[in-house]
Design a protein around this ligand. Structure first.
Ligand code: AHR
Length: 665
């Protein structure tokens, strides 16, 4: 939603305390990395199955521990386990019931129902056979079980099955109306036994039209964000509650029908948010991830297991033996993944698999995280074995280590020390913290005694301002994220990546909040935090410009606000390709602040040519305000213009507002 564009001339009251933001356009500073602002994906909150991944059928291969999870069955349905897909051997047999009016049927509930849009096309597919030979017919109905109408069907199509051989059948269904909670019913003609495997339903319109594709509105929200880097697949899911259930990328590639099911730790981790039907189909696997990264223009950043199960959930002996032999599988996983992404299909089997899956060209992988949120010797010792092997095979890849789950404890400091010794290229830091922590951390990356010039660069890999017990993503927390990011930006020589986390959440299936993007079965919402990220991503410029703030003539410092207080925070960048200066100013106070934004370091002629700036504001003054799927947006950017005179903008920055000024030079 765009506000009307107006040219604002501000008159400052004589009594107002004035802040002066000075931007030196002559001192072009550190380059802003293309990866600077990015996204963190983990299959938490139904982020993959039931979220980004377009599949609408839950337990499509009958491989859940309870094989009928997600399904209702009636009549003569039986489970078989000698199906055509080795790693997903189960399928169902629909046999005649023996009576004309007893129908053999199976009905899938989807993920909290199946969201369908009236008039849109949905591609049904199934692997099927007639075990006794001959022909059979199955009927596929999309139904609304709760309707008061005569017929529950929203749409219906018949599929003819023939022969004893397993074959893939497809058909398109067009529901007559929009419904968030449809079911998919499959039933036979009651005369011939029919076997069914991998029952699937996708919208025909997926992101970029891929058959095994992503839900369009959800993926579009990613494209619109313009992330520079895309971390995947987590998060704790990389580690697993035990090593057997860790995320194993090799299980996520190749034909979808043969990707084995994995448990999802978020189904049982929290007893107060329990989702026993939450599994990983791996339909959104590493090929789809690399492809999506490419399509949304983000550098892929996979994170792989370092030979350790989740340290929160296990003692030290739950891990792989800390020897080269014990870790060989994990070393191979790293090297083979790089080959899968970048290798030559003519000489490498993983690269050949990538080509067979439809992408002969390399994905240009540049980064690899090894270990998610690990700490102390069990981690350091394993990384010390794995990292040199990966480097030997692929010296071109930048390796990312981690400093553990906290951003200020002993594990953190020991982690950084170890990562320096192991010469990690970047170190992953995590800080899910409250407003107080953010107020006290606005100068975090200016501390150059700790963050030394010669050490690894920073990857702020999981972070968000939390206000537990409050809203999903209320504006009151987002303004501190915007203020904190001025600190990231001013220190772009040190911080090379920052990814807000987590990325997605289904309103009926969340385990963790806040999250950047929320959805239900039909709608997506972009949170206030999303817009904060987007404003930085769209306006990251190419280089930092030194920016100081002074109050009423006091000498400028980069951040004059004493720790723990609200105030004004600013950073500035120049875009040398677009000839633009972009100033970001964030007022976290509950009243407006007056700011003179002075652009210095330009010639008189250049200064005289500056007459106006484009202004974008994000008003976070309604502390509780949140954007939710299907409801009108309460927090979103508004656009206007403001006059510049002799390189100075006289701005009033309203309470709790992120203001961004773009100046063409
Ligand atoms: O983002 C949710 C979880 O937070 C991640 O899985 C983990 O890395 C962190 O503890």
């Amino acid at each position: 939603m765009l506000a009307s564009v107006t040219l604002v001339f501000t008159i400052l009251p004589m009594s107002a305390q004035e802040q002066v933001i000075t931007v030196n356009a002559k001192k072009v500073g550190a380059p802003i990395q293309s990866t600077m602002y990015g996204i963190f994906f983990e299959d938490i909150n139904y982020a993959a199955d039931g979220g980004l991944y377009g599949e609408l059928i839950k337990n499509r291969s009958f491989e859940f521990p309870n094989p009928y999870t997600g399904w209702d069955i009636s009549g003569q349905v039986s489970l078989k386990d000698d199906g055509p897909f080795e790693r997903n051997p189960h399928y169902v047999r629909l046999a005649p019931s023996g009576h004309r009016d007893k129908h053999t049927m199976i009905e899938n509930h989807g993920f909290f129902g199946i969201g369908v849009k009236g008039g849109e096309e949905y591609r049904f597919s199934v692997w099927a056979r007639v075990p006794d030979g001959g022909n059979a017919k199955i009927w596929i109905d999309l139904v609304d079980n709760a309707t008061m109408e005569e017929d529950q069907k929203l749409g219906n199509v018949g599929v003819d099955i023939s022969g004893k051989e397993w074959k893939k059948y497809t058909a398109v269904i067009k529901p007559k109306k929009t419904f968030a909670k449809a079911h998919l019913r499959v039933w036979g003609d009651g005369k011939v036994t029919t076997d069914l495997e991998h029952v699937s339903l996708f919208p025909v319109k997926t992101y970029k039209g891929h058959e095994n594709g992503m839900r369009l509105d959800v993926a579009q929200a990613l494209e619109d964000l313009h992330p520079g880097v895309f971390r995947f697949p987590g998060g704790c899911i990389v580690e697993g509650t035990d090593l057997a259930t860790r995320y194993q990328w090799k299980n996520t590639v190749g034909p979808v029908e043969n990707r084995p099911l994995n448990e999802n730790r978020w189904h049982y981790t929290f007893t107060h948010r329990y989702f026993p039907d939450y599994f990983q189909s791996y339909g959104l696997g590493f090929f789809e991830y690399f492809q999506l990264s490419e399509e949304i223009g983000a550098e892929p950043l996979p994170v792989l297991n370092v030979g350790m199960a989740c340290q929160y959930q296990n003692g030290d002996d739950a891990h792989a033996p800390c020897t080269k032999e014990g870790l060989q599988q994990f070393i191979d996983d790293c090297i083979d993944l790089i080959d899968f992404a970048n290798g030559d299909p003519a000489t490498n089997k993983w690269a050949k698999l990538r080509a067979d899956m439809g992408h002969p060209a390399p994905f240009n992988l540049k980064f690899l995280g090894i270990g998610n949120e690990q700490w102390e010797a069990p981690f350091f010792d394993r990384l010390a074995i794995i990292a040199p092997e990966v480097r030997k095979a692929h010296p071109e890849i930048k390796i990312i280590g981690t400093s553990g789950p906290n951003a200020e404890d002993d594990h953190f400091f020991n982690g950084w020390k170890a990562m320096r010794e192991l010469k990690a290229d970047l170190v992953d830091e995590h800080f899910y913290r409250d407003i107080k922590w953010y107020k006290n951390s606005m100068n975090r990356y200016s501390d150059r005694k700790f963050y030394t010039k010669d050490g690894p660069r920073v990857f702020a890999g999981e972070w968000a301002c939390h206000d537990r017990g409050k809203k999903y993503n209320h504006a009151g927390a987002s303004i501190y994220e915007a203020a904190f990011m001025t600190n990231i930006e001013r220190n772009a020589d040190l911080v090379h990546m920052a990814t807000y986390a987590p990325l997605f959440s289904h309103v009926e299936g969340w385990q963790w909040r806040p999250d950047l993007i929320w959805y239900d079965n039909l709608f997506t919402s972009r949170t206030a935090s999303y817009y904060v990220q987007q404003l930085y991503m769209l306006n990251k410029g190419t280089n930092v410009l030194p920016t100081t703030i002074s109050i009423d003539g006091a000498k400028g410092v980069s951040n004059p606000v004493p720790e723990g207080e609200d105030g004004l925070f600013a950073s500035a960048v120049i875009d040398l390709q677009k000839d633009e200066i972009i100033v970001k100013a964030i007022n976290t106070k509950t009243e407006s602040q007056y700011a003179l934004i002075n652009i210095t370091g330009l010639s008189k002629k250049q200064l005289a040519s500056l007459v106006k700036a484009e202004v974008t504001t994000l008003d976070c003054s309604d502390y509780e305000a949140e954007n939710m799927p299907g409801k009108s947006e309460l927090v979103c950017p508004a656009h206007s213009e403001i006059a510049i005179s002799s390189g100075t903008i006289k701005a009033i920055i309203p309470a709790k507002t992120f203001a961004l000024y773009k100046i063409k030079i």
